[in-house]
Design a protein around this ligand. Structure first.
Ligand code: NAD
Ligand code: UD1
Length: 339
């Protein structure tokens, strides 16, 4: 299939491009490079053995540019990663987040329907469950209250996409609710490249390990969890990337609407992750217990059985693989794509 990949220069998009090419698909990337660089695409091209990944530097909210992309190519499906994703920043800049994530998707969907491309895989998030009503979380679990604008955009866009598919059943819509993606491609040449101080756990750990930051702050050790620190369902980004290839197969079977949790089904605490990282990589990660981070929940992990049953997808990598590959990326690229 020929796939439009919005946000394809970013962390998850770049890893997904590799799996798309490995499965015999081709891709065209549209990205405004707000949170990424063209260097990731150059490295992806090297890994998959092509001269270049077709790329438009464009904002998906720019109707004219998007129109020219659709005029140049006939797409079978869109994998829609483009969006802003920093939770704290979304609280400070709600209008920018709503405008980019909502409006960007509206412009994209309008171009898709006008050009007869009615297949989409959307990057949703475990954040739509809020403080989950049940653990492990199944897709039947009701959506919860999102405490930040970023999460709201994911939840609202899920509803928009469901309505689009209900109104016109020619659409096939797959909503993938990612749990906590970490890790990197085994080559160590592409990975997560956060700007400024990392918000998420793994990039913070790797920056402490390489000496860029003094110590990790662990946000609370008084949660109702086995060791008191927060428990999450970390998923290797390569496994996550492969879920998109499986979702494409469902789309080619005309699946209509599909909603899937994409996680391993295992919960690891912050201390579990820190200890696994130290053990696998033989490096030190000094840490200090700090107060809880506002908006955090105690425990979040999923039951991924539906994705296995309906998409034939199951995570292959464990927490030690994730820690090894995150470190391999960081130590080979201390300054991310600027090296
Ligand atoms: P990322 O920031 O690395 O990638 C997103 C890409 O979209 C970036 O390259 C950015 O430049 C681009 N972009 C943003 N707005 C754009 C616009 N208006 N037009 C064109 N390009 C635009 O993030 P990621 O971690 O790869 O996440 C990909 C998707 O998955 C996002 O939608 C994110 O919300 C979602 N998601 C991520 C996580 C996670 O932990 N990384 C978890 C759940 C869901
Ligand atoms: C966060 C977002 C969530 C988003 C997800 C993926 C919040 C409240 N939630 O999830 O909406 O979908 O990222 O982008 O931001 N931790 C530390 N020290 C740190 C960083 C994190 O102890 O420096 C802890 C957290 O308290 C948490 C765990 O590590 O228990 C994982 O945190 P993080 O990587 O930020 O992911 P989430 O909070 O699960």
């Amino acid at each position: 299939m020929k796939i439009l990949v919005t946000g394809g220069a970013g962390y998850i998009g770049s890893h997904t491009l590799i799996e798309l090419y490995a499965a015999g698909h081709t891709a065209v990337v549209v990205d405004n490079l707000y949170n990424s660089s063209k260097e990731s695409l150059r490295r992806v091209a090297h890994i998959v053995g092509v001269d270049e990944i077709p790329f438009y530097e464009a904002d998906i909210r720019d109707k004219n540019k998007l129109e020219s992309v659709f005029s140049d190519h006939q797409f079978d499906c869109c994998i829609h990663f483009a969006g802003l994703k920093a939770v704290g920043e979304s609280v400070a800049k709600p209008l920018e987040y709503y405008e980019n994530n909502m409006n960007g998707t509206f412009v994209l969907l309008d171009a898709m329907r006008r050009h007869g491309c009615k297949n989409i895989i959307f990057s949703s998030s475990a954040t739509v469950y809020g403080d989950p009503a049940e653990i492990p979380i199944t897709e039947e679990c009701p959506k919860g209250h999102c405490t930040n604008p970023y999460g709201q955009t994911k939840s609202m866009l899920e509803e928009v996409l469901k309505d689009v598919q209900t109104a016109d059943t020619e659409w096939n819509v797959v909503l993938l609710r990612y749990f906590n993606p970490i890790g990197a491609h085994s080559s160590g040449t592409i990975g997560e490249n956060p700007n400024g101080i990392p918000n998420n756990l793994m990039p913070y750990i790797t920056q402490v390990a390489i000496g860029k930051r003094k110590e990790l702050g662990i946000f609370g050790n008084d949660y109702d969890t086995p060791d008191g620190t927060g428990v999450r369902d970390y998923i290797h980004v390569v496994d996550l990337a492969k879920a998109h290839v499986c979702a494409l197969k469902a789309i080619s079977r005309k699946c209509g609407l599909g909603i899937y949790n994409i996680g391993t089904g295992h919960g690891y605490s912050v201390l579990d992750v820190v200890n696994a990282f130290i053990k696998v990589n033989g490096v030190n990660v000094p840490y200090k217990i700090q107060p809880r981070r506002p908006g955090d929940i105690a425990t979040c992990y999923c039951n991924p059985a539906k994705a296995q049953a309906e998409l034939g997808w199951k995570a292959q990598y464990g927490i030690e693989d994730m820690c090894r590959d995150s470190w391999n990326w960081q130590k080979n690229n201390p300054n991310g794509y600027q090296d």
